[in-house]
Design a protein around this ligand. Structure first.
Ligand code: ADP
Ligand code: MG
Length: 452
């Protein structure tokens, strides 16, 4: 058995011991570089693969290889500069799958009682440095629902996999213990249930409904900002479930500390268990996600097209999928997959120069919405703390993202003096060095500016 055959045989077995998503993420583009004197060196495309394989898979890999070649005593993983490009999977022919699978409407497929959609699983959830923590926290929850990590709070920007992870967690809890009562709801659903229960004097019935659950999942909790009655009801529901050892899972687009108009007692509950973020995937992971999605759909796409998509869509996994679907739909009409040039044309509306998307109006709008303020409030003269800080952040973004001059920025904020703009930008700039939370907050705001 030569090096290639040995690795192929190893991969073939590893495939059964890892999820397809992890397989695609960590084992693509790996091969045996050298096998000498009992030391086998595996080339891996990047440091994350290296770390992951060393820490999580080394034992399994060693076991498999040992069976195949008894002389191997040790395995080393090495990052080679050109490794990423060296080995690409052999091209397969275009084989479009039925359109209903690609364009599936999640809401329609969801279970009527749990609101869980089977399409969200851990198997098809790609793990990379950007979401590793949230993934691990979700797995811990599955392993021990209602355990020390209760509640689980996952936060991060739009289209980065929060709903997928929450749904996968719910699905897996039921799969592990059939009969467990799990319910997934959005925070809007919770709000409207509370409002109508108050109106119809059926609050008690509503409480009963939630209290009998083993796990309650509430998505996009940031929308509860400022809704006092709903927050109060959530507080009681949470306490009842929590005290009974039932699991509660939340998601939000930001850290609990950064949700405006949230009751302190709720905030401290949110922070009382595991808080984990999902950030933006790196290039390798974006490519792995594209490849996995293609594999799921049984479609082949040229590497240069995939590279184009992965390098241009950086902030949102939903958009990555959107780009793939657009090309696939087009290929079904035309009868073949578009090559790079055509792909560029087809994707023009999705992939535009990001700097074109930002303008002063948009920045102010997004910042105001983010902090639950009116645009007018940000622009006006208020010296209230809740307004001053968002205003400074908006000024900072006008400077950083648009390279606006200080007098220009002052003018955009109701004709303020340029010294006010300078002060704001310097203050935020300085704070960014010290506060990781502010870094997160601003990156979320930017993501919204460029994705909307
Ligand atoms: P969010 O709730 O954070 O806005 P979603 O969970 O709706 O994001 O994810 C958007 C889309 O991207 C979904 O179709 C989801 O399946 C997909 N997706 C997100 N993260 C991943 C991942 N890590 N691996 C595979 N697919 C993902
Ligand atoms: Mg979501």
């Amino acid at each position: 058995m030569n090096k290639e055959e040995l690795w192929q045989a190893t991969l073939a077995q590893l495939q059964f011991k890892t999820s397809p998503a992890n397989f695609a993420t960590w084992l693509k583009n790996t091969y045996i570089l050298d096998n000498k004197d009992g030391l086998l060196t595996v080339s891996v495309p990047n440091n994350f693969s290296k770390e992951w394989l060393e820490n999580k898979y080394n034992k399994t890999i060693f076991h498999i290889i040992k069976e195949l070649n008894d002389e191997v005593k040790e395995i080393k993983y090495m990052v080679e500069k050109t490794a990423g490009k060296a080995k690409e999977a052999a091209p397969r022919h275009a084989q479009p799958s039925p359109p209903e699978r690609q364009l599936g409407f999640p809401e329609l497929d969801a279970d009527q009682t749990t609101n869980l959609n089977q399409k969200y699983t851990f198997e098809n959830f790609i793990v990379g440095p950007f979401n590793e923590l949230a993934h691990a926290a979700a797995l811990a929850t599955v392993k021990n629902p209602g355990g020390p990590g209760n509640p689980l709070f996952v936060y991060g920007g739009v289209g980065l996999g929060k709903t997928h992870l929450l749904q996968a967690t719910g699905n897996q809890i039921i799969q592990n213990t059939p009969g467990k009562k799990v319910k997934y709801i959005t925070s809007e659903y919770f709000t409207s249930s509370v409002v109508s229960a108050i109106r119809n004097r059926t609050v008690e019935t509503l409480r009963e409904k939630f209290r009998e659950l083993d796990a309650l999942i509430i998505d996009d909790i940031q929308f509860l900002a400022g809704k006092e009655k709903t927050q109060e009801e959530l507080f009681h529901t949470f306490n009842t479930l929590y005290q009974a050892g039932k699991q509660v899972i939340f998601s939000s687009d930001r850290h609990p500390k950064a949700i405006p108009a949230l009751e302190e007692r709720l905030r401290s509950r949110f922070e009382g268990g595991m808080v984990a973020d999902v950030s933006m995937p790196d290039y390798e992971t974006r490519l792995a996600i594209l490849r996995t999605k293609l594999q799921e759909k049984g479609v082949f796409m040229e590497n240069d097209v995939l590279d184009y998509i992965a390098s241009h869509i950086q902030r949102n996994i939903r958009e990555l999928e959107g780009a793939l679907n657009r090309l696939i739909t087009s290929s079904q009409v035309v009868g073949k997959m578009p090559a790079l040039q055509e792909a560029k044309t087809l994707l023009r509306s999705i992939i535009s120069n990001p700097n074109k998307a930002a303008n002063p109006r948009k920045i102010i709008q997004v910042v105001a919405e983010f902090y639950d303020l009116k645009e007018k409030e940000i622009i006006a003269d208020s010296r209230k703390k809740e307004v001053v800080r968002p205003r400074q952040i908006a000024m900072y973004l006008l400077r950083e993202e648009l390279k606006g001059s200080y007098p220009f920025i002052g003018k955009k904020f109701g004709g303020k003096d340029h010294t006010t703009a300078i002060y704001a930008c310097e203050k935020i700039h300085k704070e960014l060095q010290e506060s990781e939370m502010l870094v997160d907050e601003i990156s979320l705001i930017k993501q919204r500016i460029y994705s909307g």
